[in-house]
Design a protein around this ligand. Sequence first.
Ligand SMILES: [Zn+2]
Length: 494
Amino acid sequence: MLTNKRFDLMVRDAFIIDGTRAARFRGDIGVRAGMIAGIGDLSGARGEVELDGAGRIAAPGFIDAHAHDDRLLLSEPDMAPKASQGVTTVITGNCGISLACTPPRGAMTPPLDLLDGEGSWFRYPSFAAYREALAAKPAAVNAACLLGHTTLRCAVMDDLQRAAGPGEIARMRDIAREALAAGAIGISTGTAYAPAAAAPTEELIEVCRPLTEYRGLYATHMRNEDDRVMESIEETCRIGRTLGVPVVISHHKTVGQANHGRSVETLALIRRRMSGQEVGLDCYPYIASSTVLREDRVEQSSRIIVTWSKSHPGLAGLDLEEIARRLGVTKAVAVERIKPAGAIYFMLDERDVQRILQFDETMIGSDGLPHDVKPHPRLWGTFPRVLGRYSRELKLFSLETAVYKMTGLPAMKFRLAGRGVLKEGYHADITIFDADTVSDSADFERSTLAARGIDTVIVNGEIVWRGGGPTGKRPGRVLLNRGGRVGQNTQDVP
Ligand SMILES: [Zn+2]
């Protein structure tokens, strides 16, 4: 037992869930200089600030394994949609889309417009420039950033409807190497989307070559998540094996009624591949997906809600069916009229969602789209929904396992040094919540409500969220890859 010790901050008498899946225990946490300096019975010690954790859970801050927060970190550094859920680190730059490295076009090509429809935020000529902007004006939470292959394509190619030629591949590879040298944690691809759909596997491999040397990872919104989902998993794993790097299958799902139930097959395949290579996957806890508005999704979805439209901003939040009725046209014609736009698609099966969430290697990622006018509720609700609905109410897994899926597991998969676990010597990213009441408030009607039951959120030893609002503190760090370890500096725990 420590006596007469002083800490900058203490959490008193909480149930500690440490992020390793170990059973909770009652104890105190002492924080000094942004690090966890004591954990257990610290009754003899004092803190400059003391937080009463009685009856509450103290867990590692949540890691959003799949975010599109490249711009939000800069434009709304309180990061309220994430901090309010207990998230302390975001993995951003997913689905082939990153702000880093400026595409030359003015009007943004979908899906890059998910980050910024006007294009003015695409102002960072290199990953290093983006990283510096983040470091100069820190956000409330930490960020580890991927470089997007679609962004690279838009930057170097004049025609996106074809495979890149050797010169274009070489230019993309050079930019990728430079970004990885500057600390990008890996490269993301989004071959499901038009600007990258024409990229063959060989292009992806050749552009991503520098991942091997820098020990970065390959994350992907796969080419296909419906009828050819198995082939897509195989393509992803082949890329990982060829490059000798870990892969992350983003927002895993099986789309469209014909493919409902196929998560049995996909998870079995993922499990098999995991025995020979490093594979990760993440999932959001909803039966509806969300992205740009696409005609090919109309038939596959039982319901579509429009989240934004550049030409018809007043339609955001309405069902496509209602919009078609108002315009007096078919849904397909309505899609053409209101594009560019975003949408929510009801096209997943609850049983698949539960099966994927329950798979022991599945991480939690929000895939939240923070710049949509009426966003999918996953932006504000993902983590509390997993804790409340899927763990407490439906009992898919224990609270310890739920916490692991959003802390220790993603820290391991993304190789975040000294994070994701509550342990002495680790960074003091801590979320304090009420296990009995934690739940998502955002739904498809009112989609930007903050969750319930999240009391206090601490990032690098500083309180960023408390009493239902941001504190204004911005201690977030940019976490950089250095030879396969992702951290803020060389003192990070190995
Ligand atoms: Zn995606």
